[in-house]
Design a binder for this molecule. Sequence first.
Ligand code: NAP
Length: 269
Amino acid sequence: MEIDLNKIIFFGCGNIAQALILGLLRAKISNKKILVINKNPMHDVFLKKYGIKRIYTNDLGKYKDHRDILFLAVKPKDIRVALDQLRLSNYSGIVCSLAAGINLNKISKSLSSDMVVRAMPTTASAFGLGNSAIYSDAPKSLKLTLVKRILEKVGSVLVLKQEKDMHGFTAAIGSGQAFLMKLLIEYDIELSKIANAKKRKEILINFIKSLVDHLKNDGFEKAIQKIASKKGTTEAGLDTLKKLRGNTILQETFKATKIRSKEIENEFK
Ligand SMILES: NC(=O)c1ccc[n+]([C@@H]2O[C@H](COP(=O)([O-])OP(=O)(O)OC[C@H]3O[C@@H](n4cnc5c(N)ncnc54)[C@H](OP(=O)(O)O)[C@@H]3O)[C@@H](O)[C@H]2O)c1
């Protein structure tokens, strides 16, 4: 059943808020449904460009519909002040915290509200290709359904059964995409030895797009087998990658990310 969405409010207008707003507009959500609390004048240009209304924390008390959703999109270092402002505003709708590493209970307690869920979206939401995780303490609640519906408009959504899996999601999907992009930058450096910037971009785009079909048709292992012939160049390179323990390097990178995510959680207990 189609559930009507009310206001979508962003508390903070930085990277992730702007990515979600762009994705929502792309998905034909009206800019009239979106409201933003912004303290950085630099972001006013963005709000003006997309015709999005700026509101203030004092205005939040007006939004009393249980279907209103506020995305808390400030950095963990700013969360205490933001939570104080939110509590004092008398806002009574749904709160979806995007802050990495800060657990649901902490936010619910601080706001004295059971209308809180957590989500971890990605900036690719701007192109409708986001990957988001959501965690709610009430798996069949309206708050979860509504947040899921919004995030599904900008990509794929994974509902986590346990909050601790947010660390794994943050590592693999939130931060993991940055690690893979770093590898692609290395690839681009290798390409720069033989091609100019324009051609390199073309090659990279074709390669990245081809991954979709490789994945759909064969899966990566089988695709690799098709590329690597016995005693050929790819096999030689793959052997070196194995000797240098390329896979261990990535596993350690994910581990370090999860450790940091848990540290942030402890800093805010
Ligand atoms: N970036 C991502 O890919 C991503 C993905 C998932 C989740 N997250 C989470 O989302 C949160 C935001 O990340 P971000 O990368 O978007 O950070 P960001 O670019 O720094 O944006 C946060 C914005 O919130 C503003 N802000 C801070 N306190 C405020 C307040 N009291 N009232 C109004 N605005 C306030 C900041 O203002 P100033 O500019 O003046 O400091 C800043 O513009 C973080 O907790 C992060 O863990 C980020």
